[in-house]
Design a protein around this ligand. Structure first.
Ligand SMILES: [Zn+2]
Ligand SMILES: [Zn+2]
Length: 347
């Protein structure tokens, strides 16, 4: 099979031929229809995470995968060739206490597709334990749009519907208008919340406006007083969708009394993931600071139901499609803020 492989940090992915994967016992092989390109791919690609995550070159990235079951392994039940599926990026061990409670997203034996195991910037990808690690997707959904379900959309959904309960009375301020920020905007809008997006990139702000953001500001325009004035009150929910101390600090400075700050983006190398917490503000304003990762299966089904019912409209995401040879330029664009929106590789 053809795959776009990381062979050296920060260098263009190489298009190489690899042996076709065989389905593991209880698992499947997916024929990839589309795979989104995420900022976490960027962090692995440029070596940000080399100290905390070992990869063996050549490594195949890609964790926002939509495809069709191409082969089933011994003992695999419930799936057949041709079934349309989406693969939540975190793979569930099914044995640990967190999996037992249904919280597969914080599994003790956490592995993630495209990180610890081969990913979907390839024609085929194996997925273990198919009874737990696949979600059925209606074949009418555009695979390019659905690709974001593997990471960004499910992350935004779990954060806003499980960690907090977003609703029409909320004001949601999102710091970082990349893929995760845009997905958070779409989920917040669908719940009827008033929304604000902060990003330095004018193209990201334009895309946010097109997706219904009530307000879109640059970081220079988004002092807490300015946010409160623009939103008609302090945001009840703030979201760091960038994984950067500036975004986290801005969220904690702006969030309303009794509100919640959600930490969704993962940070890169160095100091960008660390900053001093404003302890007294957190105490006196009773601010809840919540981390959130991925999306456990029961909540994921509610996300798919909302899509099917038309209450979560993803049409504004307007994915940009490209081949495996397009991925490197998107990753390079994340360095300079040129990459916005959802770009998917379609092998
Ligand atoms: Zn991701
Ligand atoms: Zn587990």
């Amino acid at each position: 099979m053809r795959a776009a492989a990381l062979t050296e940090y920060g260098r263009p992915l190489e298009l190489i031929d690899l042996p076709d994967p065989t389905p593991p016992d209880g698992g499947v092989v997916i024929r990839v229809l589309a795979c989104g390109i995420c900022r976490s791919d960027f962090h692995v690609w440029n070596g940000d995470w080399r100290w905390r995550m070992k990869v063996t070159f050549p490594h195949v990235l890609g964790h926002e995968c939509v495809g069709e079951v191409a082969a089933t392994g011994k003992g695999t039940t419930g799936w057949k060739t041709g079934d349309r599926v989406v693969v939540p990026f975190h793979l569930d061990c099914g044995r640990c206490p967190h999996c037992a409670k249904g919280n597969s997203n914080i599994c003790d034996n956490y592995t993630a597709i495209g990180f610890q195991v081969p990913g979907a910037f390839a024609e085929y990808v194996p997925v273990p334990a198919a009874d737990r690690n696949l979600m059925r997707l209606d074949s009418s959904v555009d695979p390019a749009v659905a690709a974001g379900l593997g990471c960004r959309l499910m992350t935004a959904w779990h954060a806003l519907h499980d960690q907090v309960t977003v609703g029409p009375d909320d004001r949601v301020a999102i710091f970082g208008g990349g893929g995760l920020g845009l997905s958070t905007l779409v989920v917040a809008r669908a719940a009827g919340a008033r929304t604000l997006v902060v990003d330095p990139n004018p193209a990201a702000l334009e895309l946010a406006r097109r997706n219904g953001a009530d307000i879109a500001l640059t970081p220079q325009q988004s002092q807490p007083e300015a946010i409160i004035a623009a939103m008609g009150g302090a945001p009840t929910i703030t979201v760091d969708a960038a994984g950067h101390r500036d975004a986290a600090g801005a969220g904690l400075a702006a969030v309303a009394k009794g509100g919640a700050h959600l930490q969704l983006g993962l940070s890169g190398a160095g100091e960008e993931g660390k900053f001093p917490l404003p302890i007294d503000r957190i105490v006196k304003a009773e601010i809840r600071v919540l981390g959130s990762v991925g999306c456990p299966a029961p909540s994921y089904r509610r996300l798919l139901d909302a899509m099917a019912a038309g209450t979560l409209d993803l049409s504004g995401l307007a994915p940009v499609r490209g081949g495996l040879d397009r991925i490197t330029s998107v990753l390079e664009g994340m360095n300079s803020g040129r990459a916005v929106g959802l770009t998917v590789a379609m092998p």
